[in-house]
Design a protein around this ligand. Structure first.
Ligand code: SF4
Length: 78
């Protein structure tokens, strides 16, 4: 089974992962992650939302999310 990790220190909630994932692995929602000030400001500037992995078991490791994330915030490992 693939392991999907979102680095919340980088994620700005731009939704590209959720849009390209054919397996609905991600949800974009208000973030409750405790972050350093700069990262918090970046998240706030994009509506306070970030990507969260909610359906990891469905991941097929197609790597589409990794390719499109503008912040290089996602890693998928087998
Ligand atoms: S690797 Fe593919 S299936 Fe897995 S989370 Fe990313 S886009 Fe979805």
């Amino acid at each position: 089974m693939a392991k999907v990790v979102v680095n919340h220190h980088r994620c700005e909630g731009k939704k590209t992962c959720a849009q390209v994932c054919p397996e609905a692995v991600f949800v974009i929602r208000k973030s409750d992650v405790v972050l350093p000030l700069l990262a918090r400001l970046k998240v706030w500037a994009h509506g306070g939302k970030q990507a969260f992995v909610v359906n990891e078991a469905a991941c097929t490791a197609c790597m589409k999310c990794v390719e499109v994330c503008p912040e290089d915030a996602i890693t998928v490992t087998l």
